[in-house]
Design a protein around this ligand. Structure first.
Ligand SMILES: Nc1ncnc2c1ncn2[C@@H]1O[C@H](COP(=O)(O)OP(=O)(O)O)[C@@H](O)[C@H]1O
Ligand SMILES: O=C(O)[C@H](O)[C@@H](O)[C@H](O)[C@H](O)COP(=O)(O)O
Length: 186
């Protein structure tokens, strides 16, 4: 869960002009900054926001809290709930952003099948990730799960609907970069 608020540091005059509704999944391994960036986008553009972590069944949270990686089977019901939320948002039509690690291609295909969903992949080095995970408090995900998260990640291919953004800059800069990429995407 992000504690930084990128939206605060953004000036009004560069606001959301020219950004049409999108249905974004901010993806990447734990600690990448998904929550921080996604809340910034949602606040700035007035889009609906869903924290994907909040859709995990308690059994998944318990498992991750105990330092055990999730399996495909564990993730299946969670991905269905994520997809249900996205489908509902597309019906509403005003733009929305979900955080979801979406580590494997098959998970992303499940989320986006038949829906105009785009993935925002925050790219970040393992060293920065480790530092962030070690500094974050009050979150169920232990830093010890990072190696398995990184091993599971299948980078999105060029044939996927993906916007790649470096996750290493300060949050306000990441947000500006992403908004500019969204303005360019029709
Ligand atoms: N761009 C950034 N620069 C520095 N720290 C960040 C950045 N983005 C997020 N953080 C911090 O890193 C930690 C993980 O961020 P978070 O948004 O919770 O990631 P995720 O949702 O991907 O797990 C939090 O403590 C957050 O405040
Ligand atoms: O698929 C998974 O193994 C989990 O979903 C994981 O990737 C996710 O990152 C956790 O929900 C931790 O939450 P944060 O991403 O907020 O750290």
């Amino acid at each position: 869960m992000g504690t930084l608020n990128p939206a605060q540091a953004v000036t009004e005059d560069t606001a959301d002009i020219g950004v049409k509704p999108h249905y974004l999944v901010v993806m990447g391994v734990s600690g990448t900054g998904k929550t921080t960036v996604a809340t910034g986008v949602a606040t700035r553009l007035g889009w609906n926001f869903q924290e994907g972590d909040a859709l995990h069944p308690q059994s998944n949270v318990d498992k991750m809290s105990a330092g055990k990686p999730l399996t495909d089977e564990d993730r299946a019901p969670w991905l269905e709930l994520c997809r249900d939320w996205l489908r509902e948002q597309v019906k509403l039509g005003k733009g929305a952003v979900l955080t979801c690690s979406a580590l494997k291609r098959i998970y992303r295909d499940t989320l986006s099948k038949g829906l105009p969903v785009e993935f925002v992949h925050l790219q970040i080095s393992p060293d920065v990730l480790t530092e962030r995970m070690n500094q974050r408090s009050g979150h169920f995900m232990p830093p010890s799960l990072l190696p398995s998260q990184l091993a599971t990640l299948e980078e999105p291919g060029d044939d996927e609907p993906v916007i790649r953004v470096s996750g290493e800059a300060p949050p306000p800069l990441i947000l500006e970069k992403l908004l500019s990429r969204l303005r360019d995407r029709k």
